[in-house]
Design a protein around this ligand. Structure first.
Ligand code: XMP
Length: 326
């Protein structure tokens, strides 16, 4: 539409002014926001941009493949996938406290971006052309909820806003800083990103790391990834993607309960389904997902995902709860 074209043109102009002839990297998270921010900056400065996608092991099933194929096909952006699962797992070892997890994940991201920027400079023919800018898909609600705007209390340090080191080696480019999610989606469509990518449910930068209540381990991540994939598949099958803003699946790693599966006793972990409806994630209501769909999700998760013997439903709005559990 007319206004979206204007937003795109205005941002492209602003980005060109800010970055000039310099180089930038864009931190893709697999989510909508960073994809749109990346596509916008790609339109503005083309080959001066390199997108960086960190495979930190906290991703959803199929996410790396989607970025490698669909994002690159739609934007023509240069992409680097950095394999960093061991690095993140090692850094998160023994950590259960939510803000501590967020700080660690944010810190490891920045280390990787700095390392990647140095590698890019070393590889380029035009030696000496530093990568000076880091593009992030920060939205207006992120700014507010991280305490960046209007003096609001810090609720969580969204890692793409808070938690950046004082001596960050980059200047930030945040072309979505004044926008809400629905506007970002329309900008994404205007830029020609695939429908699936633009309309997919939001996913936090710290990924599955903040959906495991307790320490993050490889085995727990594998378990949660399977449960999450089942929930997403069944919600799509029931045609509920439009109605539901997102549906985190949360693994209560520190809780065990008794079950009976096959012909024996189990002592497994519960997962919690957290389907919410929302306009902008600042407030949310729990979604009234039909019982039949909940039953299918519960049956499939307990049958197909080892170690899970109970599925619970979170029926709390935001406030008083937040959408994610951490
Ligand atoms: P909460 O849990 O604060 O979440 O109600 C609001 C929205 O933000 C997403 N979220 C994040 N997104 N980095 C992000 O990019 C983060 O650190 C982060 N934490 C939460 C969450 O999924 C929801 O859509």
């Amino acid at each position: 539409t007319w206004t979206m074209v204007n937003i795109v043109d205005e941002q492209v102009e602003r980005i060109r002014t800010q970055i000039g002839e310099k180089r930038a990297i864009c931190a893709l998270s697999g989510g909508v926001d960073s994809a749109v921010a990346g596509a916008l900056v790609q339109r503005a400065i083309g080959s001066q941009l390199t997108c960086v996608f960190v495979d930190h092991g906290l991703l959803r099933k199929g996410e790396v493949e989607q970025v490698e194929k669909d994002f690159v096909a739609a934007t023509g952006a240069q992409l680097r996938v950095v394999e960093a699962q061991d690095q993140f797992l090692a850094a998160l070892e023994g950590v259960s406290e939510p803000e501590e997890k967020r700080r660690i994940i944010g810190r490891e991201f920045i280390r990787i971006f700095e390392r990647t920027a140095r590698e890019l400079v070393a590889e380029s023919d035009a030696a000496g052309q530093d990568v000076e800018f880091l593009v992030q898909g920060t939205l207006y609600p992120d700014v507010v909820e991280s305490g960046g705007g209007n003096g609001t209390a810090n609720i969580k340090s969204h890692h793409n806003v808070g938690g950046l080191p004082e001596d960050l080696a980059f200047d930030l480019v945040e072309p979505l800083r004044e926008l809400f999610k629905d506007e970002v989606r329309r900008v994404g469509e205007e830029l020609g990103l695939p429908h699936d990518m633009v309309w997919r449910h939001p996913f936090p930068g710290p990924g599955l790391g903040i959906r495991i209540i307790g320490e993050v381990t490889r085995e727990r991540l594998d378990t949660l990834r399977e449960a999450d994939a089942i929930a997403r598949e069944e919600l799509s099958r029931a045609d509920l993607d439009g109605e539901i803003w997102q549906c985190p699946v949360v693994l209560l790693a520190g809780v065990q309960s008794v079950g009976v599966q096959g012909d024996g006793r189990t002592y497994g972990h519960p997962v919690v389904l957290r389907p919410v409806s929302s306009e902008d994630a600042m407030t949310a209501d729990w979604s009234r997902v039909p019982y039949d769909t909940l039953a299918t999700i519960s049956n499939r998760i307990t049958n197909e995902v080892g170690g899970i013997n109970r599925v619970a439903l979170d029926v709390t709005s935001k406030p008083p709860a937040t959408i994610e559990w951490e």
